[in-house]
Design a protein around this ligand. Structure first.
Ligand code: 0L1
Ligand code: MG
Length: 261
C-alpha cells in the first residue's frame, strides 16, 4: 500500500464519519487484501487528518475485548482506537441521533493512570499499581460501514467504530473494588437490555489496559498518565433510537446516563 492509497482510504472513512453516511467496507472491493498492520496505518492517517482539522485525542479505547466477540471475529488480540474531544458527551446530557449513522452503546469501565505505562510485558498487577482511579463510562459506537459489517482490518481503519464517550464522575481507587465482579446493567427507558460483569473484559479490565500498553509498545508508544482509557464493553452493545433514556448502573461504581433526541 503506497502513501496515496493510505491517504485515500483514510479519507474514505473520514468523510463517511463527517457526513454521517454508511460506506461499504474497504475489504469489499477497494482493497480486499487489507491486513491488520495496514488497518492501523490507515487509522494513524485518519488520526493525523482529525488532528490537522483541530481535534484532540482525549484517550485510547479498547475493542473486541470479550471472548464472545473475539471468537465471532476469529481473533486472539483485542484492538485499539482513540476517543476525540468532539466525541465526549457530558454525563446526564443529550445527544441527537442525527449526529450519528446507526449508533449503539456499551457500558465500559474506565481507567486513569497516575503514571505512564510502557510495554512490553506489562501485567494487570502493574496496571492496578499505576492506576489513579477507575470510573464508569458508556461508549457510543457507530461503525461507518453498512450494517456494522466489517473485517478486523476494516474496523481498525475506522478507529474501532469510536463515535462517543460518556465519562461518569464516580471515581474509585482500584483496590476499593474487585473489578472482575463489578456488575453492570444497561437499561433503556428503565428496562434492562443487557448485563454483565467486569470479567467479561479479558477476565479483568486491568488486563485490557495491560494489553493496550503491550500493543502500543510495538510502535514505541505508551499508555499515558491522566488520559481516560476505555477498556471495552462489559455487555453486548445495544442500538439507540430517538426518545431513549440510556442508563448504565454499576455495582459499587455509580451510574452514567444520557438522553437521545
Ligand atoms: O468498542 C468496541 O468494542 C467496538 C469495536 C468495534 C466493533 C464494533 O463496532 O462492534
Ligand atoms: Mg467499546
Amino acid at each position: 500500500m503506497d502513501n496515496n492509497q493510505i491517504k485515500e482510504l483514510a479519507d474514505y472513512v473520514h468523510r463517511a464519519e463527517k457526513e454521517k453516511r454508511e460506506i461499504t467496507k474497504i475489504t469489499a472491493d477497494l482493497y480486499p487484501e487489507l491486513s491488520i498492520d495496514e488497518g492501523y496505518i490507515i487509522q494513524e492517517e485518519l488520526i493525523r487528518q482529525k488532528i490537522a482539522e483541530g481535534h484532540q485525542i482525549i484517550g485510547p479505547k479498547m475493542g473486541i475485548t470479550s471472548e464472545a466477540k473475539m471468537k465471532q471475529m476469529d481473533v486472539d488480540d483485542p484492538i485499539y482506537g482513540y476517543v476525540f474531544d468532539n466525541m465526549v458527551v457530558e454525563d446526564g446530557d443529550s445527544i441527537s441521533i442525527s449526529d450519528y449513522i446507526h449508533p449503539k452503546v456499551e457500558p465500559e469501565i474506565g481507567f486513569i493512570l497516575a503514571r505512564d505505562l510502557e510495554g512490553p510485558n506489562v501485567t494487570a498487577l502493574d496496571v492496578l499499581r499505576a492506576t489513579e482511579y477507575v470510573f464508569p463510562a458508556i461508549e457510543i459506537i457507530d461503525s461507518r460501514y453498512e450494517n456494522f459489517n466489517f473485517t478486523l482490518p476494516d474496523v481498525i481503519a475506522d478507529n474501532t467504530s469510536a463515535a462517543g464517550a460518556v465519562f461518569g464522575t464516580y471515581f474509585r481507587k482500584p483496590d476499593e473494588l474487585d473489578l472482575d465482579v463489578v456488575g453492570v446493567t444497561l437499561s433503556i427507558n428503565g428496562e434492562i437490555q443487557s448485563l454483565g460483569a467486569g470479567a467479561a473484559v479479558l477476565g479483568n479490565p486491568a488486563n485490557s489496559v495491560a494489553r493496550l500498553a503491550n500493543m502500543l509498545s510495538k510502535k514505541g508508544e505508551k499508555v499515558k498518565a491522566g488520559q481516560p482509557i476505555l477498556t471495552g464493553g462489559v455487555t453486548a452493545a445495544v442500538r439507540l433510537s430517538p426518545g431513549d433514556f440510556v442508563q448504565a448502573e454499576y455495582g459499587g461504581l455509580g451510574n452514567v446516563s444520557f438522553f437521545v433526541k
